[in-house]
Design a protein around this ligand. Sequence first.
Ligand code: GLN
Length: 473
Amino acid sequence: MSITALTIEEARNLLDTKQISSVELTQGFLDRIKKYDENLKAFLTVVEDTALTMANKADKRLKNGETTPLLGIPIALKDLFVTQGIRTTAASRVLENYVPQYDGTVVRRLKDAGAVILGKTNCDAWAHGSSGENSDFEPTKNPYNPAYVPGGSSSGSPTAVAADMCLGATGTDTGGSIRLPAGFTNTVGLKPTYGRVSRYGVIAMASSLDSIGHFTKTSSDSAMFLSVTAGKDPRDATTPEKAVPDYLKDIQKGVKGLKIGVPKEYFIKGLDSRIKIQTEQALGILERQGAKLVEISLPHTEYAIAVYYIVQTAEVSSNLARYDGTRFGHDRSHFGDEAKRRIMLGTYVLSAGYYDAYYKKAMQVRTLIKQDFEKAFDPADNGVDVIITPSSPTLPWKFGEKMADPLKMYLSDIFTVTANLAGIPGLTVPAGFIDGLPNGLQILGPHFSEELLFRVGHAFESEKAYWTEKPAL
Ligand code: GLN
């Protein structure tokens, strides 16, 4: 087996027992990026020299008997993560030459843990989109079939993981940008609880929804990654003091005795019938492993897209106001169409006379959506431990299919935006293939239940190891 096909867990073991070095591993990934990324376009920037220097340093630490979950592990960063001395574009022409002077908290933590940064990955500009096609540079291709989108907005990170061009990669999830593309690329994607991971130094999209997560090949790898990035940050007031648990401790415990909620509003028309069947099969597997399935209702789901596209655009219009060309990058004429559309929509819903009708109303319904979940998890009510749904109503689509109709694109977020509105965590794991294209399963849980999500993900993977089915590049 080639070393690039390893998981983080396997590479960790080989590094700790000195069977491979981080330099060897890093060179393996750099070679693979050279070979395949010309076509896939997962990376916007590759930092070969920096990566090798970091790998050398990691090898020294390993030699001294040190270890951390990510020491010497080659990773990639979505180009929304601010990196000192490394160009950070948000995949927008506005920032095409922006080189930050500092590292964000997650980047700092990854570096301190000894992770090796290979480069910055492609995405929809400013994280606006569901397919990766809104990148102001070239769109990323789906590694399982280059005629199809890999999902967005984090398009490059999961593609890099699926194509074995790195062992893990960061992403951001404001309305599904980790969970949807994870499903489209046969990878594991975690959107942690709002506030679990610091947003400091990640270019903001919609601040009350932005959640900082990552892509890996397995749930265990995701747990290892989160153990490095999670925790209190004095620079982000939304991160609580709450201790970071040992995410691997109970991961093997299985699902026996767990109550899994299956929300009827997520199995409606518009859901591809093949995805419905595959989701039911996955639920059947968990049921045979000892979980109890309970039909539940999340009655305000039908308003989620409308609420999300009001709250989110309002916050986008405010966050993007700083890109006026005075401090960083080019001026506003360099914004792409989607960013302009959102700035206009957001400004409109916040303007005098419309604020009460749109923004305020949306915030009220947001509370109802949050309460739907609280009820489902409440032991005095449904009392489910987790909720399972498809991660997308459709399979990956062909390039261009939804570009002429933004509303069509927005509707693909129907199963993911609710978790952001409620602030709860979600994990997508591979659910299998349909017509050769990957499909994902979404596991949602109460606030700070990441441990449980990994446990369910791991239980499913141990029976259906879809992640071992590599794309033919
Ligand atoms: N697809 C959603 C949007 O376009 C979500 C984006 C995201 O999570 N960053 O807004």
